[in-house]
Write a protein that binds this ligand. Sequence first.
Ligand code: XMP
Length: 324
Amino acid sequence: KWNMKNFIHTEIERIRTLVGEHGEVIGAVSGGVDSTVAAKLMKEAIGDRFHAILVDNGVMRLNECAEVKKTLSDGLGINLTVIDAADEFLSKLKGVTDPEKKRKIIGNTFIHIFEREAARIQPKAGGEIEYLLQGTLYPDVIESISFKGPSQTIKTHHNVGGLLEDMKLKLIEPLRELFKDEVRALGELMGIPHDLVWRHPFPGPGIAIRILGEVTPEQIKIARHADHIYIEEIKKAGIYDKISQAFACLLPVKSVGVMGDQRTYEQVIALRAIETSDFMTADWYIFDAAFLKNVAKRIVNEVDGVARVVYDITSKPPATVEWE
Ligand code: XMP
């Protein structure tokens, strides 16, 4: 009979048979629920013959890379290598303002770095790395057959295609029959921390598409800090799980303000929060006025370079979830 416990057992056996006694597998992890659950399954199946790679692209959230490392490596015992490639990504993003160009640069640089690092990995059993782990879910499988949406195609299939062609790796997809809620249930059952299991989705291009205009170290610092305050307050208010996705966006415009008796002329943060079941359509989330007031006050007081905060009250459609 099909249940989650049986699924774990069957899938681990399937992986062991597929990979064999000496086979090795690599896979990219992001700190998201899909790649983490997939990686945990691999770890249970073949231990350190699974090699997880986390590429720090410089546009992850505040402290995110260190936290993912702690959870996956120390917490879940996954054999993880963290690649600090922030400078490489940022130098390629220099001067780029077009959203699709940002996505393309980040996607291509990711593939390049992943391949380079994968070639450096020493197989544990002395064999060769034969398989690439992919956290593909059932809806992605269906979508890649029937529908190629703009951002969706870029985010998953672009990466898979590139890696498979260049590295001659076979694909291993332990989640390919599961829906998101099933992956979450699986994650809880396998001891993955609650906060990670229920984390809002985060786009591959990270905060690069939440910094409108050029992505510079100064802008990253501002966007990260504002986002951190916003999410911290959402968690403190106990509403994180009611919201499907929330983030701060840094707008490339300056606005006049007054601090003490000084005139200021600084940038604007836009807050976004949505409720949705499928991310194809979405409604903006209705916060208490007091909540918004407090977040705005904290951001303006604590984040250097920001003097105004606005809340995005556009649904999808016509707006998208992300600003870029
Ligand atoms: P949009 O902005 O298209 O977002 O309404 C819908 C969902 O997709 C995420 N998104 C992306 N995810 N790479 C990703 O991995 C991307 O380029 C990308 N663009 C949007 C977005 O965060 C939301 O959850």
